[in-house]
Design a protein around this ligand. Structure first.
Ligand code: FAD
Ligand code: NAI
Length: 466
């Protein structure tokens, strides 16, 4: 069978690339090897099946449980004895995942995209590239988009197996582990740690780096660590070297070394969340791969092979679903002959903990290192009426603007609904707005967005409510 475009991988990079290509009139096929636990082909990749969507479903359930337990009485709402049905939570999660993955299958049909279940490999390149699929099919395509994603990174001291699991395992626990160990205080460690801590686990996080969330703005990571350590049930160890790990039928023992010397603890489950590695091997022998395993691409996601593109987690840049999707749109449009670009400088990052953490653009540390003169404004949620009414008046919004032009260079938020608030900053930065632009725009009262408004006013030293 001959196609204009063959997309390998049906995650948020691949399925979006396929839909956009089909919208543009290109005959498109998408090949993905993923199957669910019942052996049924499923679309949506890591994000929909074992990533973004199931983790957010469990974060929501566990947050509701914690609110009922810890906060309802302060609202004057009295409830009787409360309990948890992990099976029901998992069933709800599964239903949400299924509705999303079925939704992609519907969109493929609607856009007349052929979908093949199997492992794909580029056998030969030419005017039409030849692709073999593990089910025995051979297809030809003028253009190929590789969107094969990433997989959990193993660490030699704690290999997966027994009570040592990856993020997918941690999304599927059938009961609440009393003692949960997590290796890695990155995004997965903090989000999945939050889920099980809220449901009652004692969570111990073992992080190699001496700093907490080093990729975030320094003030944000400091505040985040303070907030996490305030919560019961977290124990966060930094600057840790994992020495060994023994898994038995009853427990898993982990030994590590940190500034306090050698230590050991036993857990009911251990989650290794120490980053992810690109799925770049076995796709083509001719592809250039960098030293970290990413397929090498230029700013338009072109690989070293003519008319072969690569997008999403398998290439450089943040491993985020929305980044993969935007690259997918760009590549499909370039293939169809349009001029299309993607700005890597304004990719928002969100950590869905409580409080949420979100940012876009440069951190204060980035600006200092680059020698860029800037002005900073900050506004705390304690002075925001809506946050107070919600009982979520923690954290702040911080805005960084160029000292000379006032152009917004970065916005960093820790606090309620930071994931939604950051969008205003993304829009502002996409349109090269200044802090004065945001300061002069009306924001509804009472709303959390007023904290963004006040942070912008604060850049010029004229915040109203602090
Ligand atoms: P993937 O989604 O990984 O899809 C790649 C697909 O290709 C897979 O289905 C794979 O089976 C298939 N494949 C691989 N090789 C082949 C082959 N040779 N032939 C055929 N098929 C193949 N990101 C966010 O932005 N927000 C979040 O909240 C978020 N939460 C996350 C939570 C967890 C627990 C995890 C693990 C990740 C999370 N992510 C989140 C990251 C997000 O899931 C990834 O960035 C995103 O899925 C990358 O999309 P992709 O299309 O590049 O690859
Ligand atoms: P990560 O890169 O965010 O964090 C991994 C952490 O593990 C780092 O802090 C690292 O220093 C630490 N680490 C590595 N090796 C270690 C070792 N041997 N011992 C102790 N600590 C060690 O990776 P994570 O959390 O696995 O997530 C993978 C990707 O998934 C991230 O890049 C992220 O972009 C994406 N993701 C995004 C989410 C979101 O957008 N909300 C949610 C979950 C994942």
């Amino acid at each position: 069978m001959r196609y204009d475009v063959a997309v390998i991988g049906a995650g948020p990079g691949g399925y979006v690339a396929a839909i956009r290509a089909a919208q543009l009139g290109l005959r498109t096929v998408c090949i993905d090897e993923r199957m669910d636990e019942d052996g049924k082909a499923v679309l949506g990749g890591t994000c929909l099946n074992v990533g973004c969507i199931p983790s957010k479903a469990l974060l929501e359930s566990s947050e509701n449980y914690e609110k009922v337990r810890e906060e309802f009485s302060s609202h004057g709402i009295m409830v009787g004895e409360i309990g948890i049905d992990v099976g029901a939570m998992q069933a709800r999660k599964k239903k949400i995942v299924n509705s999303h993955t079925n939704g992609i299958a519907f969109l493929f049909k609607k856009n007349r995209i052929d979908s093949i279940q199997g492992r794909a490999r580029i056998e030969a390149t030419g005017e039409f590239h030849r692709i073999s699929v593990s089910d025995g099919q051979e297809i030809e395509a003028r253009h190929v988009v590789i969107a094969t994603g990433s997989s959990p990174r193993q660490i030699p001291a704690a290999p997966f197996g027994g009570r040592v699991t990856d993020s997918s395992g941690a999304l599927s626990f059938e009961s609440v582990p009393q003692r949960l160990g997590i290796i890695g205080a990155g995004v997965i460690g903090l989000e999945l740690g939050s889920v099980w801590r809220r449901l009652g686990s004692e969570v111990t996080i073992l992080e190699a780096m001496p700093e907490f969330l080093p990729m975030a703005d320094g003030k944000i990571s400091k505040e985040a660590l303070r907030q996490f350590r305030k919560n019961k049930g977290w124990s966060i160890h930094l600057g840790v070297e994992i020495l060994s790990c023994e898994s038995s039928a009853e427990a898993v023992g982990v030994s590590w070394r940190d500034a306090k010397g050698e230590q050991r603890a036993e857990f009911d489950q251990l989650v290794v969340a120490a980053g992810r590695i690109p799925n770049s091997s076995g796709i083509s022998d001719a592809l250039k791969i960098d030293s970290r395993g990413h397929i090498e691409v230029d700013e338009c996601c072109r690989t070293n092979l003519s008319r072969v593109y690569a997008i999403g987690d398998v290439v450089r840049g943040p491993m985020l679903a929305h980044k993969a999707s935007e690259e997918g749109v760009m590549v499909a449009e370039i293939i169809s002959g349009m001029k299309s670009r993607f700005d890597p400088g304004i990719v928002p990052s969100v950590i869905y903990t409580a409080p949420e953490i979100a940012w876009v653009g440069k951190t204060e540390e980035d600006l200092k290192a680059a020698g860029i003169e800037y002005r900073a404004g900050q506004f705390p949620f304690t002075a925001n009426g809506r946050a107070q009414a919600m009982g979520a008046a923690q954290g702040f919004v911080k805005m960084l603007a160029d000292a000379e032009t006032d152009r917004i260079l970065g916005v960093h938020i820790i606090g309620p609904h930071a994931s939604e608030l950051v969008s205003e900053a993304v829009v502002a930065m996409a349109f090269s707005a200044s802090s004065e632009d945001i300061a002069s725009i009306i924001h509804a009262h009472p709303s959390l967005s007023e904290a963004m408004h006040e942070a912008a006013l604060s850049v010029d030293g004229r915040a109203m409510h602090i």
